[in-house]
Design a protein around this ligand. Structure first.
Ligand SMILES: Cc1cc2nc3c(=O)[nH]c(=O)nc-3n(C[C@H](O)[C@H](O)[C@H](O)COP(=O)(O)OP(=O)(O)OC[C@H]3O[C@@H](n4cnc5c(N)ncnc54)[C@H](O)[C@@H]3O)c2cc1C
Ligand code: FES
Length: 273
């Protein structure tokens, strides 16, 4: 874990409330694995007091990128930060996806993203593609879900690195009409052997619970990245615990990525988008 004073390289709007931010953070970039996150101090004042967590979207040499949606005070202030300013960033934090599982077991990785859940999955896709080289048979399949067409992010980027991409929108404005979990069911039903896949998912909690239910039915290895409200982000305050079959675990420390079968998917009242 490193604390870096990172130079902001860009903080570009991508449509209405979405932003892509890149900064120079060489130590974090060097150590990061897909699924890990950074904890960002939004500005130099004490408002907001707490850092905000964001998945690492991309690593390119000494730079890291995050993709975020302005949903509240912190993210709206973050979107005002200008090129050349400094950001205080802590990371990489938490445990990432076990991408080696898909590689070692020759499984086709299926990445399932709900809304902003796409953010950490791009870093994972890049890592898988780089590690797979030209083994096209196993190149990642990406299922992108959102409410409508203009909320689908990164489609071109995934295609550019060789992933096959399928889209689901709730209102049918692009791709499959329905939930990304329905698209997942359909995708698995077209395969001779669903067990030849490994699922990696990120998105709202009800979506992840459904991904887990579907994958359990087929016995597929599945990892999910959970999002809980965080205070310290480093395992000290217990503010982010989730119930697992092995007791409560901290999303910021033991997660955010968990094997889906570990999680007790009961109805949930806090956190998660
Ligand atoms: C491990 C992790 C990785 C994340 N990665 C990303 C990412 O890559 N891109 C991105 O846009 N967002 C990501 N988030 C969510 C992001 O941290 C929150 O959207 C952000 O902290 C909101 O801050 P705010 O001050 O703008 O909103 P607030 O004013 O604090 O809250 C506004 C709304 O956002 C919800 N919210 C706040 N914090 C969280 C949270 N931690 N999880 C879910 N909902 C929250 C609140 O319930 C409220 O509805 C991640 C969260 C976690 C825990
Ligand atoms: S946020 Fe403090 S323990 Fe996870």
């Amino acid at each position: 874990m490193h604390l870096e004073k990172a130079t902001l390289l860009y903080n570009k709007p991508l449509g209405k409330n979405y932003f892509r931010l890149a900064c120079n953070a060489a130590k974090i970039a060097n150590d990061a694995v897909p699924g890990q996150f950074v904890s960002v101090k939004i500005n130099n004042t004490h408002e907001p007091f707490l850092r905000r967590p964001f998945g690492i979207h991309k690593v390119d040499g000494c730079r890291i990128e995050i993709l975020y949606e302005a949903v509240g005070e912190g993210t709206r202030l973050l979107s005002k930060n200008k090129q050349g300013s400094f950001l205080d960033i802590l990371g990489p934090l938490g445990n990432g996806y076990d991408y080696r599982y898909a590689l070692i077991r020759h499984k086709t990785p299926v990445l399932v993203a709900g809304g902003m859940g796409v953010a950490p999955l791009f870093f994972l896709a890049e890592k898988l593609v780089r590690s797979l080289g030209r083994k096209v048979r196993h190149s990642p399949r990406v299922l992108l879900g959102a409410k409508s067409k203009n909320q689908i992010l990164c489609e071109k980027e995934f295609k550019k690195i060789g992933c096959s991409v399928t889209i689901a929108t709730d209102n049918g404005s692009a791709g499959f009409k329905g939930k990304v979990t329905d698209l997942l069911k359909q995708t698995l039903s077209t395969l001779d052997c669903p067990l030849s896949t490994a699922l990696y998912a990120c998105g709202p909690r009800p979506m992840l619970a459904e991904v887990s239910r579907i994958s359990r039915k087929h016995g597929i290895f599945t990892q999910v990245s959970l999002e809980e409200h965080m205070a310290c982000g480093i395992g000290a305050c217990l503010g982010c615990v989730v119930k697992t079959k092995d007791g409560y675990k901290r999303v910021c420390k033991e997660g955010p990525v968990f094997n889906s079968e570990e999680i007790v998917w009961e109805k949930h009242t806090k956190g998660g988008r």
